[in-house]
Design a protein around this ligand. Sequence first.
Ligand code: BTN
Length: 167
Amino acid sequence: MSRALRGEHPQVHPLPAAAEMVHATAFLLVLSLAVVAPVLSTGKCVLAGNWTNDLGSNMTIIMNSKCNFSGSYSTAVSETPEKIEKSPLRGSQNYRNLTQPVFGFTVNWTFTDSVTVFTGQCFVDETGKEVLKTMWLLRSHADSIKDDWTATRVGTNVFTRQPSQKE
Ligand code: BTN
């Protein structure tokens, strides 16, 4: 007669399922540590590298010295019908706090007669991810002084680091 028919509890094997869960949890823990550890270990936000923002624009920042940088900006959007071109940027970061630095840069658009200035701060968020919180002013060309009031737009962009591309 089976154990069930005899009124006994069927035999349960809790160990293999529990062991699998422990393995999976340990694996996820190691994986997440590997992703955030480089930033968490220093707690430092570094401007150099490739970034993408909430509009889908991409930029590359290259440090030229401790404070000054240059690079390029590919905007995903434009207020002109012109064909978008990758455009140069130049900027600087404040040297007094290089852990989560405050910075500013200018993009001089090559495909139209406007300029954008960005200012912001490089933060390490609660998950250990670097994020650039910025505000910008986009100055377009006004045909006359009377139209000056129409020519400046303001907004915000949040940039996150593009995942590094391995060959
Ligand atoms: C222009 O249309 O005059 C030039 C391109 C402007 C693109 C703006 S700059 C602020 C905002 N953030 C982006 O990534 N793109 C737009």
